[in-house]
Design a protein around this ligand. Sequence first.
Ligand code: FAD
Ligand code: SF4
Length: 591
Amino acid sequence: MRDVIIIGAGGGGPVVAKELAAKGLDVLLLEAGPRHADPREQWTSFENDANNPLSGYFRLGPEDRSRPAWFREWSQNSFVWQLSGVGGTTQHFYGNYPRAYPGVFNDYDKPDRAEYDVNHRFPFSYGEMVPYFEWVEATAPVMTAAMGAKEQTFFRGCETLGLPVQTTKTTLGPSYRPQENAVLQPGGNAGRTTDRNLLTYPQATGCTHCGYCFQGCMRPIGAPRNQFAKRSTDNSYVPMALTADAWASGGRPVELIADAYVTRIHAESRGGALTATGVTWRENESGAEHREQAKVVVMAGGCTENPRLWFNSGLPNPNDWVGRGYTDHFFDWVVGSMDDYTGNPKGVGSAARLDFPPYGGLENVGLPPALNAFATTLSDSGIRGQYTNGRGATGPWDGPAGRVIGPEFKELISGGLDRLLSVLVITDDDVEPDNRVTLSALPADENGPIPKVTFRQRNRTARTNRNREFMARKAAELLRGAGAKKVYRIDWAPLILHVQSSMRMGESERNSVLDTNAEARAVKRLFIADNSALANALGGPNPTLTTQALATRTAEKIFQRYFGGDPWVREESPVVSTDSRISTRLGELGL
Ligand SMILES: Cc1cc2nc3c(=O)[nH]c(=O)nc-3n(C[C@H](O)[C@H](O)[C@H](O)COP(=O)(O)OP(=O)(O)OC[C@H]3O[C@@H](n4cnc5c(N)ncnc54)[C@H](O)[C@@H]3O)c2cc1C
Ligand code: SF4
């Protein structure tokens, strides 16, 4: 019998694993996808190798690349961007770690209070969350992002908007700032030379400014895994979980099994309450099934797979909220072409942001060439200027919104990617019960019936639509202020990658799956610790910091409630994930 079984090693699961391993519990971490244990052999910097959603090494599928990716049904025009593997979707992420806006917590009482999604607030206060934010920020570690020419250009535009610079980690109002980011700062030769021979650890540390953040980053050359520039959880929390005995007094390393798909959560009635007792999981390679018992089970399979596993396990759904409230940030993409050099694809992908509570935010995003072309042609309005059916909204951008293709695209990129500045619009979305995950009627795969994602792209609430329009206009103004000759609004089709809240915690048992401790209301000893536990869309900030802070709090709740322990976040100091004790033990273990 294990103390705790955690399902999923993405953004949230490894946080609970690391925290409870440090307290000496016997933790099993099961991950459906592969573990890239030797990224220098397994990763390349070629865009297609990494990003191809069917055959790339970052995809949602089993380790064996000759097998197909796992299928999901989405009946509308959209793409759900989640990955499997140790690190989960953070294998693709930019490492941006902004805090949720205070307005999404239940104690917020400022005059703009009613402008937030007041029906779906966090069931506790912002003040209660702050120590958990601080704990994760110290662990990752989160720092002011290393910036370059594209951020300088972004800030030039921000200065024309009449907003102040933000100087606190808590967002107090509309403002702009460098990103709070976990990608390690360049040190030594990094950022000063492109000579590979000089970019070797420890002569170079942190980000070497190679410019391909979107893919795997195992730089600097020769760095131990926990000193890799990029802070996806396979480089931060997972190494800590695997070496807990080396850096925590009384710590016990977790057992991690990858390529292992959990197909069922078991529960039985105990003292009149349905109680989780363990899981069944399958080896993807051989199909062999294993059953494991545990005192506590933690779901961290992500927003799409958690509801699927819940339904496939036959667990109860008394208020019909399992899988509902599948919420994203209504993204858009606004691009400016400049006379001046911006260095758009160089360095850390996204190092500057503008926050505009309660509407959402903007961040600069530099993409490598193929993804840049993809982003500029992924539109819900069709081809710019080719239709007169009411799509392709006009505004402070040039011409109607839509795909930029053909001669116009050639013109746009004629100065090279280094003459562009791309702005990602991130909108606060209301939690909507009709956006949801159910089981598909299409054929099941080897792990059971597959998930179906229903998402109403255009029919979002008036507030969500207002937020997106407002922020897209701000993006166009920012680009003009930065000196753009031409500004294009793409009107992105739904690219669901900041997905959250499908198993949400909430104030009311009428519209939430989890109570205020992140324990399932309907099944005792079953907790959820990933984006799906989030109460709402956070006001717009990227979700991972809030997920990891909440997962840290959840680990404490588990330890207190079921293992008789005391909470530690307010009493102890966190260990940073780059600590040399972790590097040394990883070396000893050949990890
Ligand atoms: C291109 C891109 C850029 C991003 N940039 C940022 C950023 O800068 N900042 C930020 O905050 N966020 C960013 N995000 C979002 C971030 O990646 C997610 O918020 C985060 O990864 C979510 O964590 P999660 O644990 O909910 O899910 P995931 O990370 O998707 O992890 C779930 C894991 O569970 C596994 N799993 C699922 N079902 C099972 C099962 N039944 N059995 C075993 N394992 C299972 C999956 O294989 C997966 O590995 C970005 C995302 C993308 C795609
Ligand atoms: S630019 Fe990105 S991929 Fe390159 S070293 Fe820095 S973090 Fe890694």
